[in-house]
Design a protein around this ligand. Structure first.
Ligand code: ADP
Ligand code: MG
Length: 406
């Protein structure tokens, strides 16, 4: 869900000065210094203070570690790391949501400047809900949050992304793209809405051609932007993969299968892709009307990942190899985001990523994270999992929704 309700905010992502009538944010060196959760999942009132080093959260299953990563992910645009609905994040007691909603606030260091982000869901006494997003006390939109917070994550739920349905892979990949191109979220929202409306017209069996024209215009414009965004992120990620040292996480060759992404990859312009989508939709009306849905478009594209050393599709690799590929891909994306001078440093959330690695790989991962420059957040059940970091990381013990610094 993308909120375009506040558009008087100008964010150029480069400067650090305030501008009249809006807020402009700083650029590269973003780290969270203080994170506060209020009635978020099993956290009643949790506060963590940290520096720029990797943040290691350890504690028993169910303690509230993933909930903390989820809270960080909510600072960015969209639904966050579990794709949960906003009301489901309200802390429950004996099965009932507590009054008032939830809130997360973060003090960020933005190139030496203090910035305060607050997000949350307010629930009034009458039960009305209101999403809140503020930067330094000024209301901001989802797109503005996307400009400021670039966040990528790896969770155990993503382990089977290469072997699972194309839709999951697309969602996974679009999340990576969003970190590169904040406008990707808006384009996706426009595309999905127009497609739902087009499908509904076919389902009702009386599609007015001029109404179809209008919807297909919207699909063509947003679809072309989506294809171009996906391909430009792919090129950056592939370059970052290629630049990675040979080592513990195998390199991947990535591409996107989809007619319109292939056009973008060949260098066709946005306008050419737009025309191609419009023509394809128009020519496909008969077929789509029989099917009751839109059969071609960027919503059918797929991310194709090949294990380079083995020259094997990722889906055919062993579970361990798939995990290692995925880790390499996420690390490469974090690096790609860091290297572009277009974006703030990414926050990298790695949920339970260390536990399944052997000690050599784990040490290699920590070396990479310590050198990365973006703030990394990791979880694990035992403090000992993070020993190889030495003093290069900070540690917090999570216990029953409470956090203490170690
Ligand atoms: N809305 C909620 N209100 C209260 N507790 C919740 C809510 N949602 C999840 N939880 C609790 O949070 C705990 C899981 O937290 P999680 O962060 O996933 O644990 P872990 O430390 O294993 O990563 C579970 O005990 C779950 O019941
Ligand atoms: Mg967890």
């Amino acid at each position: 869900m993308v909120d375009h309700s506040i558009d008087n905010v100008s964010l150029d992502g480069k400067t650090s000065s305030r501008e009249s009538g809006g807020v402009s944010i700083g650029s590269k060196g973003i780290t969270i210094q203080r994170l506060a959760l209020h009635n978020f999942r099993n956290h009643i009132a949790t506060v963590l203070e940290m520096d720029a080093r990797p943040v290691c959260l350890f504690g028993a299953n169910g303690a509230g570690k993933t909930n903390l990563l989820e809270a960080v992910s909510m600072l960015g645009p969209g639904k966050g790391l579990r794709a949960a609905s906003l009301p489901s994040l309200i802390r429950t007691e004996a099965g009932c949501a507590v009054a008032g909603g939830w809130a997360i606030s973060a003090r960020m260091d933005d190139c030496g400047l203090d910035r305060q982000i607050s997000v949350g869901l307010d629930v009034s006494a009458e039960g009305r809900t209101r999403r809140v997003a503020k930067l330094d006390d000024a209301a901001v939109s989802q797109t503005d949050l996307a400009e400021l917070i670039r966040v990528v994550w790896l969770t155990p739920a993503m382990d089977r992304v290469f072997a699972g349905p194309a839709g999951d892979r697309r969602k996974f990949y679009d999340r990576q793209v969003l970190a590169h191109t904040p406008a990707h979220g808006g384009a996706s929202a426009v595309y999905e809405k127009a497609m739902r409306e087009r499908n509904a017209l076919f389902e009702r069996g009386r599609a007015d051609p001029s109404w179809l024209d209008a919807l297909e215009d919207r699909l063509a414009q947003s679809g072309a932007a989506i294809a171009v965004n996906r391909v430009s992120a792919m090129e950056r990620i592939q370059a970052a993969i290629d630049a990675r040292p040979e080592g513990h996480f195998p390199k991947a060759d990535i591409s996107i299968s989809g007619k319109f992404e292939e056009m973008a990859f060949r260098g066709d312009s946005l306008q050419e892709i737009e025309v191609a989508i419009r023509d394809t939709l128009k020519a496909g009306r008969g077929r789509d009307s029989v099917a009751g849905r839109t059969l071609t478009g960027v919503h059918r594209s797929d991310l194709v990942v090949v294990h380079r050393p083995k020259q094997l599709p990722a889906s055919q690799c062993s579970t361990g190899e798939q995990k290692a590929l995925l880790m390499g891909l996420i690390l490469a994306n974090a690096k790609a985001l860091l290297e572009g001078d277009f974006a703030p440093n990414p926050l990298l959330l790695l949920d339970e990523a260390a536990a399944h690695l052997d000690s050599v790989r784990r040490a290699a991962l920590y070396d990479e994270l310590a050198a990365l420059g973006g703030q990394a957040w990791l979880t694990g059940t035992d403090a000992g999992l993070f020993d190889a970091f030495g003093s290069r990381a900070q540690r917090f013990c999570v216990e029953n929704g409470k956090v203490s610094k170690v």
